[in-house]
Design a binder for this molecule. Structure first.
Ligand code: ZN
Length: 264
């Protein structure tokens, strides 16, 4: 449905604007006559990111034990937090240019989208602040990431196209259990990652609780929640995305991300 048409202009065509009025938007959708409204044809190849311009993007490293192990890192006692600069966000079907000389890696992970401001949230209240979950690839260029001490997570993970998200934002109530999703990642048809979000060290509510002790999480913000084992950096020998690589990430109840990588 074209929300701008359906609502007679009550909501504009910018997806980002919906999150600032999330409760109002949910009530509007619940009351809308979707059966008799006219839909628009959907071309998934043309989809942009469902959250195009978040004010803040949080990302969490080493949030699965098996990924901490393969990274030769301790299991963290506090979330390891960094950002992906928002200019790296793209839709679910984008082509990504490989930075010359880089070691570009994959990290499939669910991404929480904030729907109501969350500041100093109790764990038990945190899901109520989430508009929904989407899927992300936290694509990472490891040479840039490791070029400084401590590591430059934010820079290494923010080249153009390094933040594909989508294809949809799915409300938490749509899942049988939003704390237990199965995700996987395939490279050129070979399964390279498989994990479950119930194995996360810090759950989505726990992350919101801890992040919001410091800063308000704002409507339309993103939280990349961390990847399971199987990234290229943790392999022996290490493995990187090459010209022509086809990467497919998927998660139960949300859908697929498909990236094609090309040399600069
Ligand atoms: Zn990550």
């Amino acid at each position: 449905m074209d929300v701008a048409t359906l609502g007679d202009g009550r909501f504009g065509p910018d997806p980002q604007a919906v999150y600032r009025r999330w409760d109002e938007f949910r009530a509007f959708v619940a009351a809308a006559d979707l059966d008799s409204a006219e839909g628009v044809p959907l071309d998934e190849d043309r989809l942009g990111p469902p959250v195009p311009q978040p004010r803040q993007v949080f990302a969490v490293g080493l949030n699965h034990r098996d990924h901490a192990d393969e990274s030769c890192s301790e299991v963290p006692a506090e979330p390891v937090v960094f950002t992906k600069f928002p200019a790296c966000l793209t839709g679910p079907r984008a082509t990504v240019v490989l930075p010359p000389g880089g070691h570009v890696d994959w990290e499939v992970e669910p991404v929480a989208v904030i729907g109501r401001e969350a500041y100093q949230m109790a764990v038990e209240e945190a899901w109520s602040r989430v508009a929904g979950l989407t899927l992300g690839q936290d694509i990472s260029e490891r040479i840039t990431q490791m070029a400084a001490t401590p590591a430059q997570f934010a820079l290494g993970k923010s080249f153009p196209g390094f933040g594909p998200i989508g294809p949809w934002v799915v409300t938490p109530s749509e899942f049988d259990d939003p704390d237990d999703l199965t995700l996987d990642c395939r490279l050129n048809g070979e399964e390279v990652q498989k994990g479950r979000t119930r194995d996360m060290i810090f759950t989505v509510p726990e992350l919101i609780h801890r992040l919001s002790r410091v800063t308000p999480l704002l409507p339309g913000d993103l939280v990349f929640t961390g990847t399971p084992a199987g990234v290229g950096m943790g392999r022996s020998p290490q493995r990187w995305l090459a010209d022509g690589a086809a990467l497919v990430g998927s998660v139960t109840g949300i859908g697929e991300l498909r990236q094609r990588f090309v040399a600069a």
